[in-house]
Design a protein around this ligand. Structure first.
Ligand SMILES: O=c1ccn([C@@H]2O[C@H](COP(=O)(O)OP(=O)(O)O[C@H]3O[C@H](CO)[C@@H](O)[C@H](O)[C@H]3O)[C@@H](O)[C@H]2O)c(=O)[nH]1
Ligand SMILES: [Mn+2]
Length: 646
C-alpha cells in the first residue's frame, strides 16, 4: 500500500516550453515596439507633410494597437505552462469518497437522438465510483415522453451494463464506445470464457435496447412540449425485490415550461437540477455533461477527487474542468475539432489560477456555486429566502448534516413530491438573488469564445514597406515569429503540420464570421435591442456531410449570414492582389510585403475560393452568397479608392 504522504496530484512545470515561450515573448515584444516606433514617426511625418492620405495610416495604427493588446493578454497563457498529474490509485477507500451528482441536459429528441443521450447517461452510471454515492439526473427541456420512455429503457439496460462494466473493469463506460472501439478487444478479461459468454448476452441486450429506442423515437419532434407542469421520476424497480444499492440513482427531470416564461436555456436547466437534486441526493459535488458528451474514462470522477481530497489544493478550487475530446474525428481534422489549441491554453491556465469553465464536462463544488461558504449559522432565514427562494427544504439542504428526503426504495413520499414540484416550477426563482446572478452565469453560449492564442499578431504588417528598409525586418519578424511559434507549439504537442493550416483557417473563419457577429450581438444587447438566444446544435448524423468531412472537404451549408462577411473579405483580398500585381512590376520591392500578405491570405483560405467558384456539390458556398459577396467587396473597393484619393 502507498503511504498516506504520497501526493494525490502533482503539478509539473513544462520547463522547455516555459523558456521558449518567454524568450519568444521578449523578442517578439521588442519587434512590436520597433514597429510602433516606425508607425508613430511615419504618422508624424505624414501629418506634417500630407504627402499621402492620413486615414489609412490611422486605421492600420488602431488595428495594430488592438492586435498588440490581444497579443499581450494572450501571453498569460504561455507564462507558466504546467502539466497536472493525478494518482487516483492513492485515494482513500470508497467509504471516504464524497457523493457526486451528475447532471445531463437534453432539449429535443429530434435533434438529440435518444440513443446518444442515453449513452451519455449510461456512461455516467457506469463510472468507477461507489454506486450509493453516485446520482445521475437527466434534465429534459423538451418535456418529451420519448425521452422519458428512453430513460426507463436505459434504466433497464443499466441493470446489466453497470455491473458488467464494473465486474470486468472495462475501459469504456459508454456502451456505444465500448462496442465500436477496437481497443475493447484488448480488455483485461478477454481470454476468459465466462467474460465472452457474458459479453455476448450484453451485446444482445444492447441491440434490444437500441431497437426499443428506435421504436420509441417515432414522432420525436411532435413529442416536444413547451407548456407542461414539472415531471420528475426516480427510476426504481417495480417489484422492489432487487438490490438497489448496487445501482446509482437515475432521475428524470422535466422542469415546468410555460409560454411567456423565460427559461434561460441550459443555465436555467442546471439551476433546476441543483434545486431538485438538493432534496434527493444533495451531493457536495456535481458534474455537468452535455447530452452528447459521454464519460470517456471510468476513473474520471475519481480523478477530480485527487484535487478535492487534497487539503492543500481543495480550498482554492471551485471546479475541475475536463478537456472535451471528440470521437470520429477524420484524419484531416479540418475544423480543428481536436481542440488541441485549447489544451495548449489550458497548460498555461493551469500554471496560473486554473482553466475557465467550458460549459460542460466539469465537476464543481455545490458550495462554490451557492456561495454558501460565507454563510454563518446565525443568518436570518428571510435573508436566505431572498437568495434561495421559498422552499424551506432547499434552504435546509444548504447546511451541513442535511439528510435528503428520498427513501431507500427510491419512491418519493407525497411530501417530497410536493417539494419537487415547487423546486422545478418555472416561477420558483422569480425575484430572488439567484435569478439575477445564477441564470446568466451559465447561460452565455461560450462555445467559440476561445481564441487561438498563437495567431493574433498575424496581420500586423500591412502597409508599404520596402524590402530594403531596415524596418522591413521588424515587420517581417512580427509576421513570421508567431507563425514559427505556432509551428513549435503544434509540433511539440505531437500534432501534424496540417494542423497548422487547419487551425489557421478555423481562426480566420471564426474571426471573419463568428467574432464579428458576436461583437454585433454584444453591442445590440448592451443597447437593449437584442435578446440572448440559443439555437440547439443538431446531433443527428447526416451521411453526406459525414462523407465530405471524412474526405477533408469543407461544408458550407450554414447560414449565408455567416458566410457573407467571410467571402466578401476573401474576394476583396483576391481583387486587391490581382489589381496590385502590375504595381509590383512597376514599383518593385516597395509593395512586396503587401502583396505577400494578400497572397498568404488567398492561399491559406483557398478552400473559400474552391467553395465559391470551383465546387459543384451540395456543400459548396451557394451562388447567391458568392454574388452578394462580390457586390459587397466591389462597394468596399470603390469606397476604399475614394478614401485614398482624399
Ligand atoms: O434550452 C436549452 C438549450 C440547450 N440545452 C442543452 O445544452 C447542451 C449544449 O447545447 P448544444 O446545442 O450542444 O450547444 P453547443 O454549442 O454544442 O455547446 C457549447 O455551448 C454550450 C452553451 O454554453 C455549452 O454548455 C457547451 O458545453 C458547449 O459545448 C445540450 O446538452 C443541450 O441539450 C438545454 O438543456 N436547454
Ligand atoms: Mn454540443
Amino acid at each position: 500500500m502507498d503511504g498516506p504522504s504520497l501526493p494525490l496530484n502533482v503539478r509539473r512545470l513544462l520547463t522547455t516550453n516555459l523558456v521558449v515561450n518567454r524568450l519568444h515573448m521578449f523578442v517578439n515584444g521588442i519587434a512590436i515596439l520597433a514597429l510602433f516606433h516606425y508607425r508613430v514617426t511615419t504618422l508624424v511625418r505624414v501629418f506634417k507633410t500630407r504627402e499621402t492620405p492620413l486615414l489609412p495610416y490611422l486605421i492600420v495604427l488602431v488595428s495594430e494597437i488592438v492586435l498588440t493588446f490581444l497579443w499581450v493578454l494572450h501571453q498569460a497563457y504561455k507564462w507558466r505552462p504546467v502539466k497536472l498529474e493525478v494518482y487516483p490509485e492513492r485515494l482513500p477507500g470508497d467509504e471516504k469518497l464524497p457523493p457526486v451528482d451528475v447532471f445531463v441536459c437534453t432539449a429535443d429528441p429530434s435533434k438529440e437522438p435518444s440513443l446518444g443521450v442515453m449513452n451519455t447517461v449510461l456512461s455516467a452510471m457506469a463510472l468507477d465510483y461507489p454506486p450509493d454515492k453516485l446520482a445521475v439526473y437527466l434534465q429534459d427541456d423538451g418535456g418529451s415522453y420519448v425521452t422519458l420512455n428512453a430513460v426507463r429503457e436505459a434504466w433497464k439496460f443499466a441493470r446489466f451494463w453497470v455491473p458488467f462494466r464494473r465486474k470486468y473493469e472495462l475501459k469504456f463506460p459508454c456502451p456505444e464506445a465500448y462496442f465500436s472501439a477496437e481497443e475493447s478487444a484488448h480488455e483485461r478479461f478477454i481470454g476468459s470464457s465466462e467474460f465472452a459468454a457474458e459479453k455476448k448476452i450484453i451485446e444482445k441486450r444492447y441491440a434490444e435496447f437500441q431497437e426499443a429506442l428506435g421504436k420509441n423515437s417515432v414522432n420525436a419532434s411532435d413529442s416536444v412540449s413547451r407548456d407542461h407542469p414539472p415531471v420528475i421520476e426516480v427510476m426504481t424497480d417495480e417489484n422492489g425485490d432487487s438490490n438497489l444499492k448496487e445501482m446509482p440513482l437515475l432521475v428524470y427531470v422535466a422542469r415546468e415550461k410555460r409560454p411567456g416564461h423565460p427559461h434561460h436555456f441550459k443555465g436555467g436547466a442546471l439551476n433546476v437540477l441543483l434545486r431538485v437534486s438538493a432534496v434527493i441526493s444533495n451531493a457536495p459535488y456535481f458534474m455537468v455533461l452535455d447530452c452528447d458528451m459521454y464519460c470517456n474514462d471510468p476513473s474520471s470522477v475519481r480523478q477530480t477527487m485527487c484535487f478535492y481530497l487534497d487539503p492543500k489544493v481543495s480550498p482554492q478550487i471551485a471546479w475541475v474542468q475536463f478537456p472535451q475530446k471528440f470521437r470520429n474525428l477524420s484524419k484531416h481534422d479540418i475544423y480543428g475539432g481536436s481542440l488541441h489549441h485549447l489544451y495548449r491554453i489550458r497548460q498555461g491556465l493551469d500554471g496560473l489560477r486554473g482553466p475557465q469553465i467550458y460549459g460542460c464536462n466539469f465537476v464543481m463544488k455545490r458550495e462554490a456555486i451557492y456561495g454558501t461558504d460565507k454563510i454563518q449559522k446565525e443568518i436570518d432565514l428571510n435573508q436566505l429566502k431572498k437568495s434561495f427562494g421559498s422552499s424551506n427544504e432547499f434552504i435546509k439542504s444548504i447546511f451541513k448534516n442535511y439528510k435528503p428526503l428520498l427513501p431507500e426504495d427510491r419512491k418519493p413520499s407525497a411530501a417530497l413530491q410536493k417539494e419537487l414540484q415547487l423546486l422545478a416550477s418555472c416561477t420558483y426563482d422569480n425575484g430572488t438573488q439567484w435569478e439575477k446572478e445564477a441564470n446568466t452565469m451559465v447561460v452565455w453560449p461560450n462555445a467559440n469564445s476561445h481564441h487561438s492564442s498563437d495567431l493574433s499578431t498575424l496581420r500586423h504588417s500591412s502597409v508599404p514597406e520596402e524590402v530594403s528598409d531596415p524596418y522591413f525586418i521588424a515587420f517581417a519578424f512580427v509576421f513570421l515569429s508567431p507563425q514559427l511559434k505556432h509551428v513549435q507549439e503544434v509540433v511539440s504537442f505531437g500534432d501534424s503540420l496540417w494542423t497548422l493550416l487547419y487551425e489557421l483557417r478555423v481562426w480566420m473563419m471564426k474571426s471573419g464570421a463568428c467574432y464579428f457577429f458576436a461583437l454585433m450581438n454584444a453591442f445590440l444587447h448592451k443597447l437593449g435591442l437584442h435578446e440572448a438566444n440559443f439555437s440547439l446544435t443538431s446531433k443527428v448524423v447526416d451521411d453526406e456531410q459525414t462523407r465530405r468531412y471524412e474526405q477533408g472537404i469543407y461544408d458550407f451549408q450554414v447560414s449565408p449570414l455567416l458566410l457573407n462577411p467571410l467571402c466578401s473579405l476573401y474576394i476583396l483580398n483576391l481583387a486587391t492582389l490581382i489589381l496590385g500585381i502590375p504595381r509590383i512590376f512597376h514599383a518593385g520591392d516597395q509593395f512586396f510585403a503587401q502583396a505577400f500578405l494578400s497572397f498568404f491570405g488567398v492561399i491559406v483560405n483557398y478552400h473559400l475560393l474552391e467553395g465559391m467558384f470551383l465546387r459543384k456539390d451540395n456543400g459548396r458556398i451557394a451562388p447567391s452568397v458568392t454574388l452578394l459577396s462580390v457586390a459587397i467587396s466591389a462597394i468596399i473597393l470603390c469606397c476604399g479608392s475614394l478614401l485614398l484619393i482624399y
